[in-house]
Design a protein around this ligand. Structure first.
Ligand code: SAM
Length: 237
């Protein structure tokens, strides 16, 4: 079993082989979205930000879901996804008889995409759990929607084009795990889930394939561990 409370610079398909089956309490992933960014249709959108998204727009290998299901003690997973991924993910987990929730993150200042489209102001977070998996949290953490800006400041500070709001990730953690539980994020990006786990006294394992993002996540983790008085004390069982 891999050492916990670390992020690894690995392709998750390789990294997941090193994790014991039935060992993970909660998975939070934000895999590459399946986006249809069309340079010709939206020449104005093709600024630096959109160019960075090119690397992250091709979706992910759905085979990872079969592996994640084996690694979790019970299915308990949040998946950030684009509209085009919703159907595949719903089909996959409903066949497994899971309960589900469709959560949303609404952005107050989306890019002004006009033409023949609605604004890109909503992201989807699908939550699936086996029957019997408990939900904790409170009135605030359990809202199905979250409203914020597009977190431009985080994007600049942590140099990741699709960084997610730490507070929202912390809500998922509070709602769906207990102190000392083991959380996995195998598409860690700048490490938001892993920082959330540290702040909420959970254990974690992260994988990030891109060396540059991995270094950013590693640094954020070290800072969060310092701020929280060292590594997490509670062990997973
Ligand atoms: C949408 S971003 C995650 C952003 C993250 N939630 C955050 O707040 O910073 C997806 C990340 O998955 C990484 N990735 C893509 N394929 C991967 C793979 N096979 N194994 C591990 N990481 C991968 C990308 O490099 C990218 O940083």
């Amino acid at each position: 079993m891999l050492k916990t409370n670390e992020v690894y610079n690995m392709d998750c398909m390789e990294g997941l082989k090193l994790i014991d089956d039935n060992s993970i309490d909660l998975v939070i992933i934000d895999p590459p979205y399946l986006l249809s960014i069309n340079k010709l249709k939206h020449p104005n959108l093709f600024n630096n930000y959109a160019n960075e998204l090119i690397n992250l727009k091709d979706g992910f290998d759905m085979k990872v879901l079969d592996i994640l299901v084996k690694k979790m003690k019970k299915i308990n997973i949040y998946i950030y996804c684009s509209k085009r991924q919703v159907q595949g993910l719903m089909d996959y987990f409903i066949k497994k008889n899971c309960n589900y929730e469709i959560l949303t993150w609404h952005k107050l200042n989306p890019s002004p995409l006009i033409n023949n489209n609605y604004l890109p102001d909503t992201e989807y977070i699908l939550f699936f759990r086996d029957k019997g998996v408990k939900l904790y949290g409170n009135y605030h953490t359990k809202k199905k929607y979250y409203i914020s800006g597009t977190n431009k400041l985080d994007k600049i500070k942590y140099k990741h084009p699709t960084i997610k709001p730490l507070q929202l990730i912390e809500y998922h953690i509070e709602n769906s795990s207990k102190e000392g539980d083991l959380i996995l994020d195998c598409f860690a990006g700048s490490g938001t889930t892993l920082v959330g786990a540290i702040n909420k006294k959970r254990n974690f394992i992260g994988f990030e394939i891109n060396k540059e993002y991995y270094e950013i996540a590693k640094k954020r983790i070290e800072e969060a561990k310092m701020l929280n008085g060292g590594a997490n004390e509670k062990s997973s069982n």
